[in-house]
Design a protein around this ligand. Structure first.
Ligand code: IMP
Ligand code: MG
Length: 171
Protein backbone atom coordinates (compact mmCIF):
# COMPACT_ATOMS: atom_id res chain seq x y z
CA UNK A 1 0.00 0.00 0.00
CA UNK A 2 1.41 3.38 -1.00
CA UNK A 3 0.41 6.42 1.06
CA UNK A 4 -0.79 9.22 -1.19
CA UNK A 5 -2.04 11.72 1.38
CA UNK A 6 -0.88 11.71 4.98
CA UNK A 7 -3.01 12.38 8.03
CA UNK A 8 -1.35 15.78 8.39
CA UNK A 9 -1.98 16.79 4.77
CA UNK A 10 -5.63 15.77 5.06
CA UNK A 11 -6.13 17.59 8.36
CA UNK A 12 -4.67 20.78 6.92
CA UNK A 13 -6.93 20.60 3.87
CA UNK A 14 -10.02 19.92 6.00
CA UNK A 15 -9.23 23.00 8.11
CA UNK A 16 -8.87 25.07 4.96
CA UNK A 17 -12.18 23.86 3.47
CA UNK A 18 -13.95 24.40 6.80
CA UNK A 19 -12.61 27.95 6.98
CA UNK A 20 -13.97 28.73 3.51
CA UNK A 21 -17.35 27.21 4.32
CA UNK A 22 -17.53 29.08 7.63
CA UNK A 23 -16.87 32.32 5.79
CA UNK A 24 -19.32 31.68 2.94
CA UNK A 25 -22.16 30.32 5.08
CA UNK A 26 -22.10 32.78 7.97
CA UNK A 27 -25.72 33.23 9.13
CA UNK A 28 -27.04 30.87 6.43
CA UNK A 29 -27.42 27.81 8.67
CA UNK A 30 -26.34 25.47 5.86
CA UNK A 31 -27.38 21.84 5.61
CA UNK A 32 -24.44 19.57 4.91
CA UNK A 33 -25.56 16.40 3.16
CA UNK A 34 -23.12 13.53 3.40
CA UNK A 35 -23.14 10.68 0.89
CA UNK A 36 -22.90 7.43 2.81
CA UNK A 37 -20.86 5.57 3.52
CA UNK A 38 -17.62 7.08 2.27
CA UNK A 39 -18.30 10.55 3.67
CA UNK A 40 -18.41 9.61 7.35
CA UNK A 41 -14.82 10.32 8.30
CA UNK A 42 -14.53 13.47 6.19
CA UNK A 43 -17.85 14.88 7.34
CA UNK A 44 -17.10 14.15 10.99
CA UNK A 45 -13.83 16.12 10.74
CA UNK A 46 -15.25 18.87 8.54
CA UNK A 47 -18.27 19.65 10.73
CA UNK A 48 -16.11 19.96 13.83
CA UNK A 49 -13.85 22.44 12.05
CA UNK A 50 -16.73 24.60 10.78
CA UNK A 51 -17.30 27.51 13.13
CA UNK A 52 -20.80 28.61 12.10
CA UNK A 53 -24.14 26.95 12.97
CA UNK A 54 -25.12 24.24 10.51
CA UNK A 55 -26.92 20.93 10.40
CA UNK A 56 -26.19 17.61 8.77
CA UNK A 57 -28.14 14.89 7.03
CA UNK A 58 -27.32 11.86 4.95
CA UNK A 59 -28.17 10.19 1.68
CA UNK A 60 -26.98 6.82 0.53
CA UNK A 61 -25.44 6.52 -2.91
CA UNK A 62 -23.65 3.71 -4.64
CA UNK A 63 -22.22 2.97 -8.05
CA UNK A 64 -19.45 0.53 -7.30
CA UNK A 65 -20.12 -3.10 -6.42
CA UNK A 66 -17.37 -4.93 -4.62
CA UNK A 67 -14.67 -4.12 -7.11
CA UNK A 68 -12.75 -1.16 -8.41
CA UNK A 69 -14.66 -0.33 -11.57
CA UNK A 70 -17.85 1.70 -11.74
CA UNK A 71 -20.88 -0.13 -13.02
CA UNK A 72 -22.18 3.19 -14.31
CA UNK A 73 -25.51 2.59 -12.60
CA UNK A 74 -26.22 5.01 -9.77
CA UNK A 75 -28.45 4.12 -6.86
CA UNK A 76 -29.53 6.80 -4.45
CA UNK A 77 -31.60 6.60 -1.31
CA UNK A 78 -32.61 10.05 -0.10
CA UNK A 79 -34.18 8.69 3.10
CA UNK A 80 -36.39 11.53 4.37
CA UNK A 81 -34.01 14.34 3.46
CA UNK A 82 -35.82 17.63 2.85
CA UNK A 83 -33.78 20.51 1.46
CA UNK A 84 -36.57 22.88 0.45
CA UNK A 85 -35.52 26.47 1.06
CA UNK A 86 -32.19 25.44 2.60
CA UNK A 87 -28.62 26.34 1.70
CA UNK A 88 -27.28 22.89 0.87
CA UNK A 89 -23.73 21.59 0.61
CA UNK A 90 -23.28 18.04 -0.67
CA UNK A 91 -20.29 16.44 1.03
CA UNK A 92 -18.59 13.72 -1.02
CA UNK A 93 -15.52 11.69 -0.22
CA UNK A 94 -14.42 11.26 -3.84
CA UNK A 95 -15.69 12.18 -7.28
CA UNK A 96 -14.66 9.82 -10.05
CA UNK A 97 -16.91 9.88 -13.13
CA UNK A 98 -19.21 12.44 -11.54
CA UNK A 99 -22.23 10.24 -12.23
CA UNK A 100 -23.22 9.95 -8.58
CA UNK A 101 -22.94 13.66 -8.06
CA UNK A 102 -24.91 14.45 -11.22
CA UNK A 103 -27.69 12.13 -10.18
CA UNK A 104 -27.83 13.42 -6.63
CA UNK A 105 -27.70 17.06 -7.67
CA UNK A 106 -30.65 16.50 -9.97
CA UNK A 107 -32.68 14.70 -7.30
CA UNK A 108 -32.04 17.40 -4.69
CA UNK A 109 -32.69 20.26 -7.11
CA UNK A 110 -36.24 18.96 -7.54
CA UNK A 111 -36.82 19.75 -3.86
CA UNK A 112 -35.96 23.41 -4.55
CA UNK A 113 -33.14 24.19 -2.15
CA UNK A 114 -32.24 27.86 -1.74
CA UNK A 115 -28.74 27.08 -2.99
CA UNK A 116 -26.81 23.92 -3.78
CA UNK A 117 -23.03 23.51 -3.74
CA UNK A 118 -20.63 20.61 -3.65
CA UNK A 119 -17.69 19.91 -1.38
CA UNK A 120 -15.51 16.93 -2.32
CA UNK A 121 -12.28 15.94 -0.60
CA UNK A 122 -10.87 14.00 -3.54
CA UNK A 123 -11.39 14.50 -7.26
CA UNK A 124 -10.21 12.14 -9.97
CA UNK A 125 -9.45 13.26 -13.55
CA UNK A 126 -12.63 11.65 -14.95
CA UNK A 127 -14.74 14.22 -13.12
CA UNK A 128 -13.79 16.76 -15.79
CA UNK A 129 -15.79 14.82 -18.34
CA UNK A 130 -19.08 15.06 -16.47
CA UNK A 131 -20.77 18.42 -16.15
CA UNK A 132 -20.47 18.76 -12.40
CA UNK A 133 -19.08 21.78 -10.62
CA UNK A 134 -17.12 21.12 -7.46
CA UNK A 135 -17.27 24.33 -5.47
CA UNK A 136 -15.08 23.21 -2.58
CA UNK A 137 -12.35 20.81 -3.66
CA UNK A 138 -9.73 19.16 -1.49
CA UNK A 139 -7.22 17.34 -3.67
CA UNK A 140 -6.92 16.43 -7.34
CA UNK A 141 -5.86 12.81 -7.64
CA UNK A 142 -4.48 10.63 -10.40
CA UNK A 143 -6.86 7.91 -11.62
CA UNK A 144 -5.67 5.17 -9.24
CA UNK A 145 -8.11 3.41 -6.96
CA UNK A 146 -7.58 4.72 -3.42
CA UNK A 147 -8.69 3.67 0.03
CA UNK A 148 -8.70 5.04 3.56
CA UNK A 149 -10.21 8.05 5.34
CA UNK A 150 -13.68 6.56 4.74
CA UNK A 151 -13.01 5.06 1.32
CA UNK A 152 -13.30 1.33 0.96
CA UNK A 153 -12.32 -1.51 -1.26
CA UNK A 154 -15.07 -4.10 -0.80
CA UNK A 155 -15.83 -2.52 2.62
CA UNK A 156 -12.21 -2.79 3.78
CA UNK A 157 -9.77 -0.02 4.73
CA UNK A 158 -12.30 2.72 5.58
CA UNK A 159 -10.60 3.09 8.96
CA UNK A 160 -7.15 4.04 7.66
CA UNK A 161 -6.29 7.59 8.80
CA UNK A 162 -4.53 8.34 5.50
CA UNK A 163 -5.38 7.91 1.79
CA UNK A 164 -3.45 5.18 0.01
CA UNK A 165 -3.27 3.39 -3.33
CA UNK A 166 -3.93 -0.32 -3.08
CA UNK A 167 -1.91 -2.96 -4.88
CA UNK A 168 -2.28 -6.73 -5.35
CA UNK A 169 -0.74 -7.53 -1.97
CA UNK A 170 -3.61 -5.74 -0.23
CA UNK A 171 -6.33 -7.95 -1.73
P1 IMP B 1 -18.62 8.42 -9.48
O1 IMP B 1 -20.11 8.32 -9.60
O2 IMP B 1 -17.92 7.69 -10.58
O3 IMP B 1 -18.11 9.84 -9.36
O4 IMP B 1 -18.22 7.61 -8.17
C1 IMP B 1 -18.29 8.15 -6.92
C2 IMP B 1 -18.29 7.07 -5.85
O5 IMP B 1 -17.53 5.91 -6.23
C3 IMP B 1 -17.64 7.59 -4.59
O6 IMP B 1 -18.57 8.19 -3.75
C4 IMP B 1 -17.01 6.35 -4.01
O7 IMP B 1 -17.92 5.67 -3.16
C5 IMP B 1 -16.69 5.47 -5.19
N1 IMP B 1 -15.28 5.60 -5.62
C6 IMP B 1 -14.80 6.23 -6.72
N2 IMP B 1 -13.46 6.16 -6.79
C7 IMP B 1 -13.07 5.45 -5.70
C8 IMP B 1 -11.77 5.05 -5.20
O8 IMP B 1 -10.68 5.31 -5.76
N3 IMP B 1 -11.77 4.35 -4.03
C9 IMP B 1 -12.92 4.04 -3.36
N4 IMP B 1 -14.14 4.40 -3.79
C10 IMP B 1 -14.22 5.09 -4.95
MG1 MG C 1 -17.48 2.56 -2.08
Amino acid sequence: MKILLTEVQIAEKVRHLAARLSEDYREKNPLLIGCLKGCVVFLADLMRAITVPHSIDFVRTSTYGMGQTSTGAVRADLFDVNVRGRHVVIVEDIVDTGLTLGYLTEALTKQEPRSLKVCALLVKPGANRASVTIDYKGFDLPGDFVVGYGLDWGERYRDLPYVAVVDEQDA
